[in-house]
Design a binder for this molecule. Structure first.
Ligand code: GAR
Length: 213
């Protein structure tokens, strides 16, 4: 059983989707063994506690830079024997030390169809503000492996979501979460835990052989 450690910073609806999938028996081959938050006040911590999942706080505010923060986080992941690290609304960019140590073992969910609306400065609600400003008719979500290029790692799953004329960033964010993120993230985690993902030349491939009818 692979140990899944989920990193969070905020509301934790993606964490909730993972917990719900686990409780339905859909995280085959894996178990959420710890939730680590970059903020002590993250609501995501409450969600974990309700389900008796151990939590830790590694507060971003207490570290002067990303390098020292990543070192502390790395230690926490090591102590938790993490097999898979899931960034579920985690709002800190990891440095290369941690990314190299967990190569092809860190999964992130991003609220757009990468390579649109991604990279530095594109996170949370800002992504949807930019999509609406540009007037795209389709947006969506992407789950990908994390590399040193921000939002540039191998893409595991993507799903498109319609943009409507009267959308606000908040309404669009909710639709992207409901129709795409909460579905894709547990699916990608399950594929990883069943050893059905491989990476070659910067591209992720899904082994469809084992799909049950
Ligand atoms: C989600 O929309 C997630 O895709 C996004 O932040 C939100 C977190 O919500 N992540 C990023 O923008 C990372 N670049 P949650 O805390 O309710 O899961």
């Amino acid at each position: 059983m692979k140990k899944i450690v989920v990193l969070v910073s905020g509301g934790g609806t993606n964490l909730q989707a993972l917990i719900d999938a686990q409780e339905r028996g859909e995280l085959r081959g894996g178990k959420i063994t710890c939730v680590i938050s970059s903020r002590a006040d993250a609501y995501a911590l409450k969600r974990a506690k309700v389900h008796d999942i151990p939590t830790r706080v590694v507060p971003r505010k207490q570290y002067p830079d990303n390098a020292s923060y990543s070192k502390a986080l790395h230690e926490a992941l090591f102590e938790e024997y993490a097999d898979l690290v899931v960034l579920a609304g985690f709002m800190t960019i990891l440095d290369k030390r941690i990314i190299q140590a967990y190569k092809n073992r860190i999964i992130n969910v991003h609220p757009s169809l990468i390579p649109s609306f991604c990279g530095d400065g594109f996170y949370g609600l800002h992504v949807h503000e930019k999509a609406l400003e540009r007037g795209v008719k389709l947006t969506g979500a992407t789950v990908h492996f994390v590399t040193e290029v921000c939002d540039g790692g191998p893409i595991i799953l993507q799903k498109a979501v319609e943009v409507r004329n009267d959308d606000t960033p908040e309404i669009l964010q909710k639709r992207v979460m409901e129709e795409a993120e909460w579905e894709l993230l547990p699916e990608a985690v399950s594929l990883f835990c069943e050893d059905r993902l491989t990476v070659h030349d910067g591209r992720a491939y899904i082994d469809h052989k084992e799909v049950s009818k």
